[in-house]
Design a protein. Structure first.
Length: 473
């Protein structure tokens, strides 16, 4: 809590509890900053913010209100300055690790946090929430709004956290949420076509991802997947030292000899003639890349590499990411967040390399966005599965039947069923499964809601699966 005049040049001494840029989140005692987004000008919500308890407002508009109004020429820049001052950014002395990419951000950032935490205090902020020591908080965004992000970083600083592993989404980069942060490390996992409803072109999408590398400290490192098709483009945005990883002979940290065992993967990381043998319960060639990126951070941080390799052997499954579920069934159930063509391809190709009878896949596509990617999603799901059940996945304002039409529009394959209700679709897949089959439930991971219409309805794939087996007992 601070007086308004302590962090804004103004004559008002009103006490401020927190900063808010979304009027729906305002509570009594908050300062409301009417930021301007790409689609929404929050000036329209000033009255709503005041009605919810805002005690002051920052805006570009010339207006009067029942609370102090501070007018600025650039409200978005003012917002960053206000957050920096209110949440004591100058005092922070943590090293920030930014992870960006279409797929793999959550897994990579989580592995980094879990490995580094053996050597120094490391926190995590991303899709799976906020992790600090034994504490866990839910977050509604991959990269939280600036005021939320800064409040957590200030909390981490006060709790003597040394490093933060942070997922950085293209939306956060485009909306300038991390513009005033300086990163010690920035990692690119991969780039495939995604969020083009938002970015419009792949060139815009790549540029948004590349922005992270302009936020590196002078002594920072860019850690890039050399096998990614957009590697060269990203390099043009980087002024810092580049560390490469991948299967290419040109990779500084080279991944070799990936092999799969039941629920385990082995591979080698070769760096300057030295070979590190990796064994992990986190499977998939794409996860060899994710593990390698995390290993590089540990290497650069001069961690005990023998201990790092040992820790990788016992890493827990990442929640909702290639997560095998055990309810005592005689077949495998895999829960995964894959919701892009590349993500679906990666997880299903990994499952194909495991011993199995059939792969039964449950998948859908989000409504209200990126209709153009649905045909390729459906096609790859059918190509990599023995049977597919197409269903709902955050349909929003669209009809589920129309979304499924798009998913099957470029294939003549008939090995699929249409079950619009996702719970019914999962129950059908589980009831079909026989000894040795793999049921892959894709798209939502451990999400806690389903976006239907303009509402977020409580829903969780894991709870549905758990309910199926409890009902059978």
């Amino acid at each position: 809590m601070k007086r308004l005049s302590e962090f804004i040049d103004c004559p008002y001494d009103v006490m401020i509890h927190n900063i808010k840029s979304d009027s729906r989140n305002v509570k009594s005692g908050d300062l409301f900053v009417a930021v301007k987004g790409y689609h929404i000008d929050h000036t329209a919500y000033i009255s709503d913010a005041i009605s919810r308890g805002a005690v002051a407002v920052v805006t570009e508009s010339d207006m009067e209100a029942s609370v102090p109004v501070i007018r600025v020429s650039d409200v978005n820049q003012a917002y960053l300055d206000i957050c920096a001052k209110f949440y004591n950014q100058r005092e922070w002395n943590m090293d920030l690790i930014g992870v960006t990419g279409t797929d793999g951000k959550t897994t990579t950032a989580t592995i980094i946090q879990e490995l580094l935490d053996h050597f120094r205090s490391c926190c995590y902020i991303g899709t799976n929430g906020i992790y600090f020591k034994e504490e866990h908080y839910v977050s509604s965004n991959t990269t939280p709004l600036t005021e939320t992000l800064y409040s957590y970083l200030d909390f981490f600083h006060r709790e003597k956290c040394q490093m933060v592993s942070l997922e950085v989404s293209s939306e956060a980069l485009l909306h300038n949420r991390v513009d005033d942060l300086k990163f010690r490390y920035a990692i690119l996992t991969n780039i495939s076509e995604d969020h083009l409803d938002f970015h419009k072109t792949i060139e815009n999408y790549v540029a948004a991802k590349a922005k992270l590398f302009s936020l590196l400290r002078k002594d920072g490192y860019a850690i890039l997947n050399i096998d990614d098709g957009h590697y060269e483009e990203i390099c043009r945005f980087v002024d810092n030292k580049i560390i490469t990883y991948g299967m290419s002979d040109k990779a500084l940290f080279q991944i070799r000899n990936v092999k799969f065992q039941p629920k385990r993967m082995t591979f080698e990381i070769v760096y300057k003639g030295e070979t590190f043998s990796i064994s992990s319960p986190i499977i998939g060639i794409y996860n060899a890349y994710n593990l390698c990126a995390a290993f590089i951070i540990c290497y650069l941080e001069k961690c005990d590499l023998k201990q790092v390799v040992g820790s990788i052997k016992t890493l827990p499954a990442i929640s909702g990411r290639g997560e095998f579920l055990d309810f005592g069934q005689n077949y495998s159930i895999v829960l995964d967040y894959a919701h892009t063509t590349n993500g679906i391809k990666n997880i299903l190709e990994t499952l194909q390399q495991m011993e199995h009878q059939r792969i039964i896949t449950v998948v859908g596509s989000a409504g209200g966005r990126e209709r153009e990617k649905r045909a390729s999603m459906g096609k790859v799901a059918l190509e990599k599965s023995d049977f597919v059940i197409f269903t709902m996945d955050d349909p929003r304002e669209e009809r589920v039947s129309d979304i499924i039409d798009d998913l099957v529009s470029s294939t003549n394959d008939v090995h699929y069923a249409r079950v619009e209700d996702r719970k019914d679709a999962i129950y059908k897949a589980l009831s079909m499964a026989k000894d040795g089959d793999i049921v892959a439930i894709l798209g939502k991971g451990r999400d806690s809601y389903m976006a239907v219409g303009d509402k977020k309805v409580p829903y969780c794939d894991y709870s549905v699966i758990d309910g199926y087996f409890n009902k059978k007992m």
